[in-house]
Design a protein around this ligand. Structure first.
Ligand SMILES: Nc1ncnc2c1ncn2[C@@H]1O[C@H](COP(=O)(O)OP(=O)(O)OP(=O)(O)O)[C@@H](O)[C@H]1O
Ligand SMILES: [Mg+2]
Length: 382
């Protein structure tokens, strides 16, 4: 057995040992990249994972820079291209910087991390010390990348299971409570409707009852959010709704919610179309966004909803010029029970909004600059 074969077996054994020993994903990936660096005798190794349209380094060995905020756009550079095509890239003996990849290493291996054919990231192995990659090195590289992918998938499944268990438990309690509240609200609404008949010719009081009904609708929406969320599979009652009809409904409630504030609410759209949506639920999404913006603005500012329609998508941009979202929080705001900077936040508003939009086959994302603005972008298929 030559020394290379021995290396290969050693690394197989060692990786399977740490895979079974270390359960914390960060330490596990760290160990894998360290092992790769040591066994392959290279300068640098990193694991990058896809996040939106970027790759982010999540573990590194031999990297001589702070990679915490380092990002590469998918499609850019060598690793970005590998993430895009899903094909490994192996380069030996580069004398000239490679123009295609903008890369200047002597020897470089970038191997996609795949889970069931889906690329979730890449493994970069750079600059073999005094040497170039041979067949065995490439085998080890591929093996390591498959193990990284496996570790990440296992971790995600485990986290998902933990999350589901927690949600199921919370769901049991909350759905019982939400259910009762919903029934009580129905009774209150019934009485209000009776009142409205009695006071038909008193516009002042009619304005108050309208306001009460709006607030009730919000509480009702909240209980439905909780019920939906604890069931975890949202059932849609889709119907044909004109965009203008949806926007009118939003404006009506926004005006009531904003009447004692100095917040301006503006709506812009380029053309009216027919949407096929669950009107109640999409309305709730916007009410959740609106509540967040109102809470963020603190009585003063601008909220703007812009809708652009093309032949496939309706794109909604929900903007406010409030304090924005902290950089470290932006990835977490759609997580259930994530709340920040509020006394009474439950952290369900955006999680539910995401579930509803995804149930419609759409997407929701956020963009924010601290101290300047927050923008939520919703894409709904038409
Ligand atoms: N327009 C916004 N401006 C600033 N921060 C926002 C905005 N929208 C959301 N956030 C941040 O995202 C967090 C999560 O929002 P989400 O609506 O999911 O929960 P919440 O508002 O805290 O509670 P809930 O909506 O369940 O009452 C908020 O706590 C807040 O920190
Ligand atoms: Mg909220």
């Amino acid at each position: 057995m030559n020394s290379k074969n021995k290396d290969f077996l050693d690394i197989l054994v060692e990786i399977s040992e740490i895979m079974n020993m270390i359960t914390d994903i960060d330490s596990l990936l760290k160990r894998i990249v360290e092992l790769a660096k040591e066994y392959l005798q290279v300068q640098r190794v990193s694991v990058m994972l896809k996040e939106g349209d970027c790759l982010k380094i999540v573990a590194g060995a031999g990297l001589n820079f702070d990679y915490k905020d380092f990002k590469v756009k998918i499609g850019d550079g060598a690793s970005g291209k590998v993430a895009q095509t899903g094909e490994p890239l192996i380069i030996n003996e580069i004398n000239e910087p490679n123009k295609d990849f903008g890369y200047q290493a002597k020897s470089y291996m970038c191997i996609p991390l795949k889970v069931k054919e889906k690329v979730i990231g890449v493994l970069n192995i750079t600059d073999k010390i005094d040497d170039y990659f041979d067949e065995n090195d490439i085998k080890i590289g591929k093996y390591l990348s498959s193990q990284c992918a496996l570790a990440i998938e296992r971790y995600n499944l485990y986290e998902e299971e933990k999350r589901n268990e927690k949600l199921a438990l919370i769901g049991k309690f909350t759905s019982a409570i939400a259910h009762d509240i919903k029934n009580l609200l129905n009774i209150v609404q019934g009485y209000l409707e009776l009142m409205e008949i009695e006071i038909e010719d008193n516009p002042d009081i009619k304005e108050y009852t309208d306001s009460i009904i709006t607030e009730l609708k919000l509480i009702h929406g909240l209980t439905l959010d909780i019920l939906d969320f604890s069931k975890r599979n949202i059932l849609l009652k889709k119907e044909k709704v004109l965009l203008s009809e949806l926007l009118n409904l939003i404006t009506k409630h926004a005006n009531i919610m904003l009447r004692f504030t100095e917040i301006n609410f503006e709506i812009y759209y380029n053309s009216d179309i027919e949407l096929f949506i669950d009107k109640e639920k999409i309305f709730r999404v916007f009410m959740n966004l609106l509540s967040n913006s109102i809470e963020a603005l603190n009585e003063k500012g601008l909220i703007k909803l812009t809708v652009e329609v093309d032949d496939k998508l309706a794109v909604f941009e929900f903007f406010d010029n409030g304090p924005g979202i902290k950089k470290e929080n932006i990835d977490k705001i759609f997580d259930p029970f994530f709340t920040a900077g509020k006394i009474k936040g439950t952290g369900l508003g955006l999680a539910v909004a995401k579930e509803i939009i995804q149930a419609h086959g759409g997407e929701i994302g956020a963009d924010s600059v601290e101290g300047e603005y927050t923008k939520f972008i919703i894409k709904l298929p038409i």
